[in-house]
Design a protein around this ligand. Sequence first.
Ligand code: PLP
Length: 457
Amino acid sequence: MFCRMRSYKAKMVEPITLPSREEREAALDAAGYNAFNLDAEDVFIDLLTDSGTGTMSADQWAALMRGDEAYAGSRSFSELRDAVRDVMGFEYVVPTHQGRGAENVVYGVLVEEGDVVPNNAHFDTTRAHVANQGADPVDCPHELAHDADADHPFKGNFDIDAGWELVEEVGEDSIPVVVQTITNNSVAGQPVSVENTREVAAFADEIDATFVIDACRFAENAYFVQQREAEFSDASVAEIAREQLSYADAVTMSGKKDAIVNIGGFAAMNDPELFELAKQRGILYEGFPTYGGLAGRDVAAMAVGLREAVEPPYVGERVEQVAELGRLLTDAGIPVYEPTGGHAVYIDAEAVLPHVPKDQFPGQELVCALYLEGGVRGVELGGFAFPGTDRPDLVRLALPRRTYSREHLEHVAETAAAVKESAASYGGLEIVEEPPMRELRHFSARLEPTEAPSSAD
Ligand SMILES: *Cc1c(COP(=O)(O)O)cnc(C)c1O
C-alpha cells in the first residue's frame, strides 16, 4: 500500500551530483578514509544520519516565516506547547536546542553521583549525560536485540528481568530514573511494544523511580505498534502514540527526528515540580523557557512537524521506505539486520567483506567502498566506532525523512551489489592518526588502506 507511491511532491529541489570515480578516490584519500571528513557536496546519496536531515513541508516553511522572535512569551512557543499537549499528552514543555539539551535539563535534575540508570539501550548522548552526572548508565536490551536474524516484532523492548536483577544488585534507592528509548536507536531502530512500556512503567512505579521515555522516534514506533501489536491494529498512529507516552512521567525529544525539523528539541512532563526544576536548568544551559536556545521560527516549525509526524500516511510511508531499502539490499545479496527498524538499514559488513580481518575494520572498509563505488555515505557502528567492544561490524544506512525517492534507493542497492562484486579489491584499513579520546575516534581519526587495492577480479 505504501510501497512505491509518496503522498507528497517536490516544491523545492536541491541538486546533488555524483563525482567521477577519480574525484571520489581523491576525496576519500583527503578524508583519511573516514566518511565524517568528507565534504557533503562530494557525497551523492547521504545516509550518514536521519537526524536533522529531513525535508520540511510547505506548512513548516510557512511557519518559519510566521515565527515570533519575542524573547519572552513568544506565540511560537504557545504553538509548540499546544502541539505537545495534543500529540504527546504532556502539560509542560521546556524547549531546547536539540535532544541532548533535553537530556541535560531532565537528567541534570533527576540524576546524582552514584546513581544507576537503566534503559533498554542508551543512545550515545543519553549515556554521556547520565555518566556526566557521575551515574552509571546500564542497558537492559531484549535478549534477541543483538541477533541480526531473529524474527521478533519488538526486538527493541526493555528486558524487565534484567531491570529487576539490577535492582537486586544495586538496590532500588540507587535508581532514580528508568528510561525507555522508542524506537531503540542503539538496537537497529527496533520498536518497543506498548505492552512493554506498561511493564516498564509498573517496574518504575514499584521502585519509586521517575519513568522517562526517550521519544525521539515515538511516531515511527507507534506505526510499528499498529502493524504488529494485535491490541492496536484498529487504532490510529496518533492514538497509539498518545497511549504509549501516557505511561511516562516525562519525555526527552529531539525535534531532528520525528518532529521533522533541522534543529530543535524539548523535554515535556506533567509534574509541575519537575517542570520547575527543568525550566530553571533550561535557563542556565539553553535559554529563556519560551525559546530554549532556538529561534522562534524553529520552535514554530517544530510545532507543525510534531503534528505531521502522526498524521497519516506520512509515518507509514516513512517506515515502509526503510523496509524497501532493506528488501532492495537483500535482493542484491547483501545481508542486513532483520527485521529492518524505523529509520535505518544495517548491513552486516563482515559478511560482505569476509576476507577483511576484524582488526582491519571491515565495517569502515565497507563505508569507504560504498562511497568509492557509488558516492553513498553510511556510517560504521562496530569495532571502529566502539573500540574495545566485541560488537559486530555493522554499517548503518539511515534514511532522511521525505528526502530520497525509490530511484535513489535502487542506486544504493546497486552500489552495494557492486561492492560485493569487487569485494576482493577491498583489503582493510589501519588507523594512522587518532584523537586522544578513544570513544570519539570514529568522528575524526584518519586511516589508510593496509595494502594497495588490486584491480577487481
Ligand atoms: C538523536 C538522539 C538523541 C539526541 O538528540 P540530538 O538532537 O542529536 O541531540 C537522543 N536519543 C536518541 C534515541 C536519539 O536518536
